[in-house]
Design a protein around this ligand. Sequence first.
Ligand SMILES: Cc1cc2nc3c(=O)[nH]c(=O)nc-3n(C[C@H](O)[C@H](O)[C@H](O)COP(=O)(O)O)c2cc1C
Length: 189
Amino acid sequence: MTALKYQKGTTTMKEKINVTDYANLITKAIPKGVLLNTNGDKFNTMIIGWGHLGTLWNRQTFHVYVRQGRYTKAQLDKTQEFTISIPLDKPDPTINKICGWQSGRDIDKVKEAGLELVDAETIHTPGIRQYPLTIECRVLYSQDQDLSKIPEDIREKTYPRDVDGTYPMANRDFHTMYVGEIVDAYIIK
Ligand SMILES: Cc1cc2nc3c(=O)[nH]c(=O)nc-3n(C[C@H](O)[C@H](O)[C@H](O)COP(=O)(O)O)c2cc1C
């Protein structure tokens, strides 16, 4: 366990983990919503329901898929790093509602959702105390999706051409895949 200074002045303990030991928990948590945190112009977070642990070029990785219009995308492109915050039990409905339906362009999600930030160990993007399983990543690779290669039924449902990219759910914007190399992982105590 490492003792770290919490940004509001109290001490935070972190238990280092091997993410593969938590693969089952992580895989089950993702479709219910986990947090993708960025720290560019300011700290921001958004819910993701798509993503996965992986291995690429012999590196341990976490892959996320972010639509073009998300504020998160602008931040990711700027900082090239992110943290993933995962609840150990059920997701908090208030956190999921605010962080999955509102944009950091319009609101301060830390304030609105009452998030408690905890400094990261290796990068500059904090984790979140309420969703304590934390994975720190540096972007290793990113790639825009090619809509023409997506099966038609999925394309029509997931990328409706008549819905503007500002809509929080399915809209016309394709995703960019970001492959993050995992540089640290722990549970905030
Ligand atoms: C359950 C759930 C899963 C979501 N998964 C994703 C996702 O994987 N990728 C994505 O781009 N948006 C996803 N969203 C939508 C974003 O969380 C939402 O648009 C958010 O407001 C974007 O915030 P931002 O503009 O501050 O980046 C999801 C929303 C919910 C509620």
